[in-house]
Ligand binder design. Structure first.
Ligand SMILES: NC(=O)c1ccc[n+]([C@@H]2O[C@H](COP(=O)([O-])OP(=O)(O)OC[C@H]3O[C@@H](n4cnc5c(N)ncnc54)[C@H](O)[C@@H]3O)[C@@H](O)[C@H]2O)c1
Length: 441
C-alpha cells in the first residue's frame, strides 16, 4: 500500500520574488476570498472536482477535499521587489483590481513589505529600483536570500515554505557551461559569473533549503542541470516555466482540437498589445526573445510537423508583443489561423481575446503553490511534470518532448492526484462497466 501524502498541518509560507501585477492580484484575491468577498474562479484546487472510480460510481469530490492541501487561512505571504511599495501600494499601481476591493483588504496588504531584491539591470534593462541587495559576490546574495527565508519563517511561524517566481522576464540566455553542474554553478556564484541570473540565485537559495520552487516566467531559472542536481540532492520539487495564460492558453485548447480532427494548419499569426510593467520589460528585444521562444515552442510540440508533414510541415508561426500603455493589464490578442481541410480547401479562424492577464495568472500561482507543497509532502522531487498544465513551456527531463496539449496535461495532473491518494487511474476506456450496463438491459 502506497504511503499517503502527509497532512497539510500548520502554516504554509508562500514567498514570491516579484511583487508586481500578478503577485499582488494573487495575494489580494486570496485575502478577498478569505473574507467571503469574492470567489476563486480559475483555480482547480479551490473550484474543481475530480472523478474517482468508474463513471457509474458517481464520485466527484472537490480536489481540495480529495487531497490534503493547505487551506487559504493557513497561508502567509512574503516576497522581494526592487521597488519598495508594499503590496497595497503595488496592487493600486498595477490597476488590475478595483480600489473598493483593495480597500477591503488594505490592512492585510499593507503589512506585506518587499524584502530587498537580488537584481541585476543587465538582465532587465527597462527597470530601475533601489530596494536592492548589495553584496560582493553572487554567492553572498544567495546567502542573503537564505537568511531572508529563515527570518520570514521564524517571524511568521511557518511550518513549510514554497517559492513562486513572479518577477519580470529576464533577458534571453541559453544554458552554458556554468549551468551544467552544481559544482560549476557554485564556483560561478563565487566568481560572479555573468551567466548566472538573479532568478537563478533565488532558485538556488530555495533549493538549498529544500524549498519547492516554481517559475512563472520564461527565464531558464531552475531549468538547468545544476539546479536539477541540487533539487535531487535536497529532494525538492521544481516546476516551470512561464504561466500559461491568455493567448497561449487559447492555443493549447484549440490546436489539439484541430490536430485531433486531422485538419491542416498553414499559418498562425499571433499578435498582442499590453500596457503593464510586464509589457514595458518585454519591450526590450533581449527580454522579448525569452518570451518569444517560450510562446513559439507550443505549436510545434502539439502538432509534431516531423511526424505529420502533410498537415503541419509548412506551418508559418509568428508571435508579436507590443507595449501599448493605454491598455494597462488588459491585454488584447489577435490570432489569425489559416487552416485547411478535405482536399486541401482553405478556411480561416480569427480570435480576438480581450483578456486580463493577471486575473488569469493569479489562480495559477495559488494552485502551483498548493500543489508543489503537496508534492513535497508526498516525497516527490525534481521536475514535477504533472504541473505542466500551468506552464507555457513545461520543464521536462532532458531529451523528452514537453506535453503542451492542455487536455493531456489535465489527465496527467488528475491521475497524479489519484495515484498519490491510492485511487485507480482513469484511462477513459470504460469497456468493463459499459458492457455490464448493456448486459443489464
Ligand atoms: N500575467 C500573465 O498572464 C503572465 C503570464 C505568464 C508569465 N507571466 C510572467 O510573470 C511575471 C510577472 O508578471 P507581472 O505582470 O506581474 O509583471 P510586473 O512587471 O507587474 O511584476 C514583476 C515584478 O517583478 C519585479 N522584479 C523584477 N526583477 C526582480 C528581481 N530580480 N527580484 C525581485 N523582484 C523583481 C519588478 O519590479 C516587478 O514589480 C513576468 O515575468 C511575466 O512575464 C505573466
Amino acid at each position: 500500500m502506497k504511503n499517503l501524502p502527509q497532512k497539510a498541518d500548520g502554516t504554509l509560507g508562500i514567498l514570491i520574488p516579484g511583487l508586481g501585477a500578478v503577485a499582488t492580484t494573487f495575494i489580494a484575491g486570496v485575502e478577498a476570498v478569505k473574507k467571503g468577498l469574492a470567489q476563486p474562479f480559475g483555480s482547480l484546487t479551490q473550484m474543481s472536482n475530480i472523478r474517482l472510480g468508474k463513471r457509474t460510481e458517481n464520485r466527484f469530490p472537490k480536489i481540495k477535499e480529495f487531497v490534503p492541501l493547505a487551506e487559504l487561512d493557513q497561508i502567509k505571504f512574503g516576497g522581494w521587489d526592487l521597488y519598495s511599495d508594499n503590496v497595497y501600494e503595488a496592487a493600486s499601481k498595477a490597476r488590475v483590481l478595483e480600489p473598493a476591493l483593495l480597500q477591503a483588504v488594505k490592512p492585510e496588504l499593507e503589512a506585506i513589505k518587499p524584502m530587498k531584491a537580488v537584481f541585476d539591470k543587465s538582465f532587465v534593462a527597462n527597470l530601475d529600483g533601489t530596494n536592492v541587495k548589495q553584496a560582493t559576490t553572487k554567492y553572498d546574495l544567495a546567502e542573503a536570500v537564505m537568511n531572508d527565508i529563515e527570518n520570514f519563517k521564524d517571524a511568521n511561524d511557518c511550518d513549510r515554505i514554497v517559492m513562486v517566481w513572479c518577477g519580470s522576464t529576464e533577458k534571453y540566455i541559453e544554458a552554458g557551461d556554468v549551468h551544467s553542474s552544481l559544482e560549476k554553478f557554485e564556483k560561478g556564484l563565487h566568481s560572479n559569473d555573468p551567466e548566472i541570473s538573479p532568478s537563478m540565485i533565488y532558485a538556488y537559495a530555495a533549493l538549498k533549503l529544500g524549498i519547492p520552487f516554481a517559475n512563472g516566467a520564461p527565464n531558464l531559472t531552475c531549468d538547468i542541470d545544476a539546479l536539477l542536481e541540487l533539487a535531487k540532492e535536497t529532494e525538492t520539487p521544481i516546476g516551470g516555466k512561464d504561466f500559461k495564460t491568455g493567448q497561449t492558453l487559447m492555443k493549447t485548447i484549440l490546436a489539439p482540437g484541430l490536430a485531433a480532427r486531422a485538419l491542416g494548419i498553414r499559418g498562425w499569426f499571433s499578435s498582442n498589445i499590453l500596457g503593464n510593467r510586464d509589457g514595458l520589460v518585454l519591450d526590450h528585444p533581449d527580454n522579448f526573445k525569452t518570451k518569444e521562444v517560450s510562446k513559439l515552442s507550443v505549436l510545434e510540440d502539439i502538432l509534431q510537423p516531423d511526424i505529420n508533414p502533410e498537415l503541419y510541415g509548412d506551418l508559418y508561426h509568428k508571435v508579436r508583443i507590443n507595449y501599448y500603455p493605454p491598455h494597462g493589464d488588459n491585454k488584447e490578442s489577435w490570432d489569425n489561423i489559416d487552416i485547411f481541410g478535405w482536399l486541401g480547401y482553405q478556411m480561416q479562424i480569427k480570435i480576438n481575446f480581450l483578456c486580463r492577464d493577471s486575473i488569469l495568472a493569479a489562480p495559477i500561482v495559488l494552485d502551483l503553490a498548493l500543489f508543489i507543497d503537496l508534492a513535497k509532502r508526498s516525497g516527490m522531487y525534481g521536475i514535477q511534470e504533472w504541473l505542466s498544465f500551468y506552464f507555457k513551456s513545461p520543464q521536462t527531463a532532458p531529451g523528452l518532448r514537453p506535453e503542451h496539449d492542455i487536455f493531456k496535461q489535465l489527465i496527467k495532473l488528475q491521475n497524479t492526484l489519484r495515484h498519490l491518494m491510492g485511487e485507480d487511474l482513469i484511462t477513459h476506456l470504460g469497456l468493463d462497466y459499459y458492457q455490464e450496463l448493456i448486459e443489464a438491459l
